[in-house]
Design a protein around this ligand. Sequence first.
Ligand SMILES: [Fe+2]
Ligand SMILES: [Fe+2]
Length: 267
Amino acid sequence: MLICQVTDLHVCPPGHLAYGAIDTNAMTERALAAIAALDPAPQAVLITGDLVEGGLDAEYALLLSLIRRYLAVPVYVIPGNHDAREPLRRVLGSLPGLGDGHGFVQYVVEDLPVRLIMLDTLTPGHNYGELCAERLDFLERSLAAAPDRPTMIAMHHPPFRSGIGFMDRDALRDANAFAEVLGRHRQVERIICGHVHRAVTACVAKVPALIAPSACHHMALALAPGAPGAFVLDPPAFAVHRWSEADGIVSHIAYVGPCPGPFPFTG
Ligand SMILES: [Fe+2]
Ligand SMILES: [Fe+2]
């Protein structure tokens, strides 16, 4: 069973470029087309936040039209710091998990072999992330409800520092409280995130955590203290999480391309 994760699409109003330079709309379209071409097809596609650049209805409408054009499987979304909950719900409300009620955009997907807990780390008006007591309680209760099912947690802001200072300033503020909740449960096999626009892995409460690369622009690998913020156009990519009874969750990074190949491999 495959679950695709695409992140940080930063879709703009039609005809606009992100930062006046990056055609995130075209890059999003290429990424969704690449996911649609996967063989075997994934059973679900997750979009882990920063769905759009400015939280505008027109941006969500364009994203929805691309989802409808390319993806025939269920698409599950969570917000990032660039999103706005009410426009997201208003325009994307037909996507599973989003239709019921108001408040946070968080929910549990129960009908896949891996149980998905979709968390909302958005703090309106700020770039940093937050879970707060109410959302941490949702996580605690969701984990307590199914202690024996393999589980993946999806959240936009990673619950660990990347070492890229200008991104870590906007990290998840209650990462320690998140790790404490995680430490009380044993069934979480993977944490998947976005926000940093690079592929990064770490462990949180002994659970492997992965920041998936963006399907659009990337942040520079700026690990020197005080390095200025910068983005680079590394190859766009997404993650493919494969689950099987025998192997658990195995996560791949897939590049959008076009890349040369495939060429015969004779071993
Ligand atoms: Fe982003
Ligand atoms: Fe973000």
